[in-house]
Design a protein around this ligand. Sequence first.
Ligand code: GLA
Length: 695
Amino acid sequence: MEGKDFSYVMRVSREGYLLHDYFGKKIAPVTYEEDERGWWCVQTQGADGACLDELRQEYPCYGHTDLRRPALSCGPAGLVLKYAGHKIFAGKPKLSGLPSALGDGAETLAVTLRDDDAKVSVDLNYTVYDDYGVLCRSAVITNEGDEKVTLDRAYSASLELPRCDLSEIHLHGSWGRERHIAENSLVPGVIDISNARGGSGHQINPFVIVKDPAATEDQGFCLGIMPVYSGNHSTEIEVDQRGRTRINSGIAPFMFEKTLGPRESFTAPECLLAAADGLGELSRSFHDFIRDRVCRGKFAHAPRPILINNWEATYMDFDEDKLLSIAKLASELGIELFVLDDGWFGKRDNDRCSLGDWVVNLKKLPSGIGGLADKINKMGLKFGLWFEPEMVSSDSDLYRAHPDWAIHSEIRSPGLGRSQLVLDLTRREVQDHVINAVNSVLDSANIEYVKWDMNRYITDMPRKGFNYEYTLGYYRVMGAIVESHPNVLFEGCSAGGGRFDAGVLCYMPQIWTSDDTDPMERVYIQYGTSMAYPPSTMGSHVTDGPNQYTHRPVSMKTRGDVALSGNFGYELDITKLPESDLEAIKAQTALCRELRETVEYGDFYRLSDPFKNNVGGWMSVSKDKAKAYVTFTKMLFKPNSWYAHIRLKGLDPAARYTDKFTRKTYMGDMLMNRGILLNFPHGDFVTNTMWLVRK
Ligand code: GLA
């Protein structure tokens, strides 16, 4: 199979096994039979005589003659899957209950494998697009027999590389420190890059790169793997005794189980794969694909509104007058959307109560949400609202009416996170309740934006497989609400960036990247996030200085420059700012309107790695190469430090560009080959930006 710039090659062996041959840069469509045979291995009896332990398979199973970590396992009998047929069709299949990439312009190869003895079949789907460097895989497992079959692992995709002189990169972190970059060499044995916290998690993002250890931003073998899944996920990498590398990716097998009755099927989530020459190209393949085929709806390609959110300005201590005073000033400063965050419902003056009671607090907001929205609309701003639909406080009318709706086990009271419990979204009546509760607020007022939060990990799950069922429930609830409100822009959030994944992005085209808005921390977070996700998905706001968490004092200019590299906005009490800051905000919002299309929908190039250098740098280049926004951030001032002489990327070499900030003119080839010396103002935490426009 071929997609844009890549080939994916598999073949059916003499014995009927589906073998993996190649995934990488485009090559002639030929397969070679190679002698992968070992000594001291266990072979299948009879004419077949295969030793599966030695074969690189498309969808390996454990327990017969393959004893490595499998993609699929369903109990002690062990499966032996053989090729049973294939078809090719336009588009791609919908995955039951799960989000997946759009299939316009795609072609799918569906290969059926079957174990006639165990009476289990697997349909493997491979979808390619002429215009994208991403391949979509999924797997549907069917019980074809009359007895029950219990799956204890069912990964979405498996790849077997013929080598192990490789390293892996994954994105790790915690609350306030999401998606930092870790790189490790592969060694014989198994590593499991996974998360078991209920959502996709702050700690380990569902995205892994396997690469040539020497690969750089600009060249070298790189392969990216991204399950389209928001629950407990895993990418397992095994280097085997013969120096090959098997990668399984999808739902984490830990605490997973799914029993299939006769003729029932299980659909594993989609997994996106890309192969590229260099990390930069790999990221740009994912960025284009996520923007065009994962994100959808009215806002997928629209310029994202400049917002102001009242959370860090007021927390829950506000009334209508306070909100209106912020909104009025915001409208004068060029801000386009006012977002009312937590604290507008029930009796929520602190975070110990009222989640689940999605009824406006008339003491704080006497004209209701509708009245407030109207007043804000009259000021020329759109209005948006915060929800945390999956949660319930034990001090809430909802919990008092339905204590059994909170996730709990039978033997002890559930753990509390931020004093709250998680609703059991595996239950249909709970899903329906949440859909109706949120929809009735959305239908009651002119709400044009929703921030959908999820502020704790899921504990006390009562059975194996529960997390998968929860995740499907979450998708149903979110899907129903999003689909019935096509004119609302939804932004995902989970205590900052705790659920930043392609599953969420199928419903909401942007996600709050982190609660940590200190620009120095954001340089790391946004740089790491950019490995997988485009700037159009990253919420990025200017907040108070010194920063509330780090206490680091950073200028308004630096705060603005870093935030301008994502979906721009503000989250501070602008009514308390000095005139000079208000002037700066006016200039930033005007600049954002000029450059947001380039930032949100251009090609992203990383220029200087803040994890390795004192300067973090990146640039976005418009698709027609006519414009480029370049940002370098210097962490600490060091006297007589090394000159930062940096070459830009992705420009038109023959074009003449003017930097609109300095009015200086440069040729594209000069900027990309000779490069330029970065001049930073004196001091720590400073930026050097360029807004290049082709003449
Ligand atoms: C989370 C979010 C914040 C804010 C608060 C409100 O922490 O990440 O942005 O919405 O919840 O409680």
